[in-house]
Design a protein around this ligand. Structure first.
Ligand code: HEM
Length: 547
């Protein structure tokens, strides 16, 4: 059979598939995959030309015409997002943003794109990034939008529940109410004692290294902050589970599993409709399965041992105090336990590392922060109590400034406009079903929000009286996101940062091991930052000495 006879019906089939799946958007990849594989076979059979060669040729024509049709529609003037500027490759295929996420430079590329195209950029076939500060309220605030499908893979499909991060509407509000109760001032005080115990271990490890002379050799502070925050989150989520501070490393490999799991999820979350199909491949979920096994075992251990001396978050989420009419089911608490570790460890450890990095790059500001800590706390033990945090005005401004320059969640996940009407956001008409990113990293470095010198570390900008010569848009600071689904542990995170950093400043002098300007472990450390939704960084090598 001449190929030309197959070309026309196969091409029409490809276009018909595009029209059908565009109208009836699939929730997973099973049916479209099956359709695209089965239809060409059916076609050559109906035409009475069933051979292997003809089937493969028809497959090729169907797939080629399907992709061409999709590409033409997405790039063309009839697409609802055609009026918005953006790179051509991003308009026609999700592959562009997939590749961008894999590079870890999403935050940097988005900044460049916004500098080139303005406040609203089309970053995907059905996706935009908006960096006008007004978008923060309209997207995340009251009357804003629910989370997009990006968040689906963050829940365990084998459990009949979702993690808080992935709940929407009333279900989110109900679970969040229980979370908020756990984060009240009494709850926070309890968590503070848990943190203080871990900090004592970390400080004694540093003292030991200094005594053995290792203080003068590289200490990878980024790794040690991870040990601290993982240990602490393990305590809060499951009443214990990690001992990385004690062991000086990830002896049982759990940390690596959790980090790989979070990164793999962020990557696959770019194309969430593939996930149910991907989950069917035996062994494909190896990392997530290990993470789930860890959660299950941790939950069983926590149930068996009960609450320790201080109440953990499990205690509050499980409603062990009996506030709720109906006790929350264990699986709700198990998925949120994993969420605590994923959401609460890397974010805080990266924030701690960035603070130290900013301080070591600015020795005069470091000395001022240290002097303030000295004036508030007589000794390091007194730093392990939050009572005087309000007096640490300069330290707080330094932390805020490092969180502004380096938000631990640099881009975050998207919200989705529901079916129905288009919305006007930051002066642009955004059609229904568009996914919207509001990247903190770009908003924080925009001169429209922070000027002069938005890329410079200037903690005093938070303390100076307002003047016409300066711009300080408090409403544009969104390191903890905004609205009903902002960080559930923002106040805990602040305590953790203030306690840890005041204790370190009080006890030690620190400097980069390698002071040269292009040292990746020192002054150029920020170039090791990778944005995989959660942030990944390289080693931060610091030399310690006792004060
Ligand atoms: C400096 C430290 C932290 C930063 C910068 C931070 C930042 C954020 C951000 C930006 C979000 C919104 C994510 C999104 O919408 O996709 C978020 C959500 C969340 N964070 Fe944090 N976080 C920090 C520490 C923590 C800690 C210590 C915990 C755990 C105890 C935690 C628990 C959560 C939870 C449970 C959510 C989901 C809230 C919801 O969906 O209602 N975070 N965080």
């Amino acid at each position: 059979m001449p190929l030309s006879e197959l070309l026309v019906p196969s091409t029409l089939l490809g276009v018909a598939n595009h029209i059908y799946w565009h109208k009836f958007e699939p929730e997973n990849a099973h049916y479209p995959l099956f359709a695209v594989l089965a239809q060409p076979l059916l076609l050559v059979t109906v035409l009475g030309k069933l051979t292997l060669f003809n089937t493969l040729a028809a497959e090729f024509f169907v797939i080629a015409s399907l992709f061409t049709s999709i590409g033409i529609y997405r790039a063309g003037p009839w697409h609802p997002l055609a009026h918005l500027p953006g790179p051509f490759a991003a308009r026609i295929s999700k592959y562009w943003s997939f590749k961008l996420l894999l590079s870890g430079h999403k935050h940097l590329v988005l900044k460049e794109l916004h500098e080139k195209y303005g406040d609203v950029v089309r970053t995907g076939p059905n996706e935009v990034s908006i960096v006008h500060a007004d978008a923060i309220r309209s997207v995340f605030g009251t009357g804003g939008f629910q989370k997009g499908p990006f968040y689906e893979p963050w829940s365990d499909p084998t459990l009949p529940t979702k993690a808080l991060l992935n709940l929407r509407g009333d279900a989110h509000a109900n679970r969040r109410r229980i979370w908020n109760r756990g984060m009240n001032s009494e709850g926070l005080k309890g968590f503070e004692h848990v943190l203080a115990k871990r900090l004592v271990i970390m400080l004694s490890q540093f003292d030991k290294m200094i005594a053995e002379g290792k203080g003068k050799s590289p200490v990878d502070l980024a790794a040690w902050f991870s040990y601290l925050t993982f240990d602490f989150m393990g305590d809060l989520a499951f009443g214990g589970g990690f001992d990385m501070l004690r062991d000086g490393g990830d002896k049982n490999g759990l940390w690596a599993i959790i980090k790989q799991g979070a990164k793999a999820t962020a990557i696959i979350a770019q194309t969430p409709w593939i996930v149910p199909t991907f989950n069917m491949i035996p062994g494909a979920n190896y990392i997530m399965d290990r993470l789930r096994l860890f959660a299950k075992e941790s939950a069983e251990r926590r149930i068996a041992t009960g609450a320790k001396e201080h109440k953990d978050i499990w205690y509050h989420l499980m409603d062990e105090e009996g506030h709720e009419k109906v006790k929350p089911p264990v699986h709700d608490v198990v998925v949120d336990g994993v969420l605590i570790i994923v959401a609460g460890s890397d974010t805080s450890s990266v924030a701690l590392s960035y603070f130290i990095y900013c301080m070591l790059c600015n020795p005069e500001l470091y000395a001022r922060a240290q002097a303030e800590v000295d004036s508030v706390y007589p000794d390091v033990e007194s730093c392990l109590d939050s009572t005087h945090h309000d007096e640490l005005k300069f330290l707080t401004a330094c932390i805020q400034e490092s969180l502004r320059l380096f938000p631990p969640v640099p881009t975050g996940g998207p919200r989705k406009i529901p079916k129905g009407d288009a919305k006007i956001i930051a002066g642009k008409l955004i059609p229904p079903e568009t996914q919207i990113y509001v990247p903190a990293y770009v908003i924080h470095r925009s001169p429209a929000n922070f000027a002069p010198a938005p890329d410079s570390f200037d903690p005093d900008r938070w303390l100076r009286a307002s003047s016409d010569a300066e711009t300080l848009n408090h409403a544009a600071f969104m390191s903890f996101s905004y609205g009903a689904a902002n960080c559930a542990a923002k106040h805990l995170a602040w305590r953790e940062l203030l306690m840890t950093l005041s204790a370190l400043l009080k006890r030690y002098n620190m400097k980069f091991v390698d002071e040269s300007p292009n040292a990746k472990t020192g002054r150029d450390w920020e170039s090791t930052m990778h944005d995989f939704f959660v942030t990944e960084t390289g080693e931060l090598k610091v030399e310690f000495s006792l004060r």
